[in-house]
Ligand binder design. Structure first.
Ligand code: ARG
Length: 569
């Protein structure tokens, strides 16, 4: 496909003798397409060329030799060159490329041979499943797919929180109260209740905390009974999570969680000691980070146990050895910002500055209701993600029953739309913002939602079906697609890959989500203004080709976000 920016830069380079790559970075897209398709700010060259921007603009325009094939017209406005490209060339390029590449359209191989380790989801077993883990699961899952689409090898790691004092609490509670709870069905609920009760009671009885410590210590030492209980709780928790992961289509290449590193931490502690990084502070062993404006990173507590940071260092070393990663991404809530800054700094000080620079914490905001109140924060109110997803599906089923009761595969459609609505809601705004969770909003078929995009896609399908459309390149007359709205849509399709790459670079799936809204809205404007099925068959054919291409991009795009596309709804 023609790279228009590059072609324009090449043409300008010929007359200015400035490097193409440099010129390319200056080219902008005007806010309003009436001004042109691309704009070149000549003031960027004023210093090098020692001329005033309007003079530069006039000289470039004069000498560039407008071929009509790629550049059709150049206007000078202020110090800008406003460049209009040949629309027929654009239309032909986009449609040919989409038809040829199909669901690979928009992909690239910039990541070939590079591993990206993505640490996401990572719920804390035995603790209530926090709704924040839904965000991590959804954002991480989208990044996983986006990186793969760009040729990287994504490695998804579910670093389960299945170690630590919370286990001591559950086990101690279980031993004391197990007869009071029903373990014949929904064991996990009972485990949770025990955990929540323990946390409440220990406030009045500090000796309970001591007891939990003993239990956890026994587990760390490999006591047979504790290890068995631990394995059982891990197993039933994982089984429970799998139901959610299945609905969300989440895939992990590894479930090595915190426990996996239990016997790998001595080596890290030893390495830190050898490198002279450990120092004693109030009975604990810490790495001093004062020089970096951070509190010390605790490696061994005063009670002699390792902690979260120690395990993260051990897992990082393991990931370096196993994956020689090009990037290591941690999709974890904003409240752990300091933790990751500390861990990455310690890794650097340990002598791995290169790898430390490839680590990135990808934080995200809270989930709040429409009044801004944090969801899932009420004590003991454990929200099961599976329940939220099921509720979404039920709500969509109800909508279908009202609006389209004879729809085939109702259940499947409801699942794709319901789950898609939740995923899209999570990804549609920049991740650092708090996510507003409001049923009416996220299920609004007219809003900037997942269901809206799916609905527009379904419209493309039915248009294509109605006219029994099969893409045939030979039959296309590219000059017949001229309407402003159609060109806007084509221009968006042209830039698909740019948005995907940008999303990866910023680890921001919302860039793809917003893009899909733009594509859907742009196409919808087109077909509201212009009939696609018309008298003139050559016009109809090219409009259907556009419809087809929009469908491919929408489907590929939502799948990158982890959603599924229904064919009817
Ligand atoms: N289980 C942790 C939590 O929920 C998140 C783990 C994130 N990953 C990591 N390598 N620390 O708070």
């Amino acid at each position: 496909m023609i790279n228009f920016k590059n072609e324009i830069a090449k043409a300008i380079s010929k007359v200015t003798d400035i490097d193409v790559k440099e010129l390319e970075t200056y080219i902008e897209i005007p806010p309003n397409s009436d001004l042109g398709d691309y704009a070149f700010p000549c003031f960027k060259l004023a210093k090098t060329l020692r001329k005033a921007p309007p003079v530069i603009a006039a000289e470039i325009k004069e000498n560039i030799g407008i071929d009509g094939e790629i550049i059709q017209q150049i206007d000078i406005v202020g110090g800008y060159l406003n460049i209009h490209i040949n629309k027929e060339t654009l239309v032909e390029n986009v449609i040919k490329e989409v038809l040829e590449k199909q669901e690979k359209y928009g992909s690239s191989d910039i990541g070939q041979g590079k591993n990206v380790v993505i640490d996401y989801s990572a719920p804390n077993i035995a603790k209530p499943f926090h709704i924040g883990h839904l965000r991590s699961t959804v954002i991480g899952g989208a990044l996983y797919k986006i990186y793969n689409f760009l040729g990287y090898n994504s490695v998804g790691i579910n670093y389960l929180g299945e170690w630590g004092l919370q286990f001591g609490k559950v086990m101690a509670g279980y031993d004391m109260w197990k007869d009071e709870y029903d373990f014949t069905k929904n064991e996990i609920q009972s485990i949770l209740k025990i955990y929540v009760r323990f946390c409440q009671e220990e406030k009045e009885k500090p000796e309970l905390t001591e007891k939990a410590r003993e239990y956890f210590k026994k587990l760390e030492e490999g006591n047979k009974k504790q290890v068995e209980t631990w394995e059982w709780i891990r197993k039933i928790s994982l089984e429970n999570y799998q139901k959610t992961y299945k609905l969300l289509n989440s895939k992990f290449d590894s479930y090595n969680g915190e426990a996996y590193y239990n016997d790998k931490m001595d080596a890290v502690v030893e390495e830190l000691r050898k490198k002279g990084l450990l120092k004693e502070s109030e009975g604990a062993q810490v790495v001093d980070l004062e020089a970096y404006d951070m509190p010390p990173c605790i490696i061994i507590t005063s009670a002699g146990t390792t902690i979260y940071a120690t395990r993260d260092l051990a897992s990082l070393k393991d990931r370096i050895n196993k994956y020689h990663f090009d990037k290591a991404i941690y999709v974890v809530g904003n409240e752990q910002r300091l933790h990751f800054k500390q861990v990455f700094k310690v890794l650097e000080l340990m002598g791995y500055p290169e790898y430390a620079s490839r680590c990135e914490h990808v934080p995200f905001g809270l989930v709040v209701d429409k009044d801004g109140e944090k969801i899932g924060s009420r004590k003991g109110n454990s929200i099961f993600l599976e329940d939220i997803l099921k509720e979404a599906i039920q709500k969509v089923e109800k909508i279908i029953d009202e609006k389209n009761p004879n729809l085939e595969n109702k259940e499947e459609v409801a699942r794709k739309v319901g789950v898609g609505a939740i995923i899209f809601n999570d990804l549609s705004n920049s991740r650092i913002k708090d996510e507003i969770f409001d049923w009416d909003m996220l299920l609004n078929f007219q809003g900037e939602t997942g269901p809206y995009i799916q609905y527009i896609y379904v419209r493309t399908r039915s248009l294509l079906e109605k006219s029994s459309y099969v893409p045939e390149l030979e039959k296309l007359d590219f000059s017949k697609l001229q309407e402003k709205e159609a060109i806007e849509t084509i221009k968006l399709l042209y830039r698909f890959n740019e948005f995907v790459e940008n999303a990866a670079q910023k680890n921001e799936p919302s860039i793809v989500a917003r893009y899909l809204i733009d594509v859907a809205q742009s196409f919808s404007t087109f077909y509201n203004e212009h009939k696609i099925i018309t008298e003139d068959k050559s016009i109809q054919h090219i409009r259907l080709a556009l419809t087809y291409c929009v469908g491919i991009v929408l489907k590929t795009g939502v799948e990158l976000l982890g959603m599924e596309m229904p064919n009817k709804m």
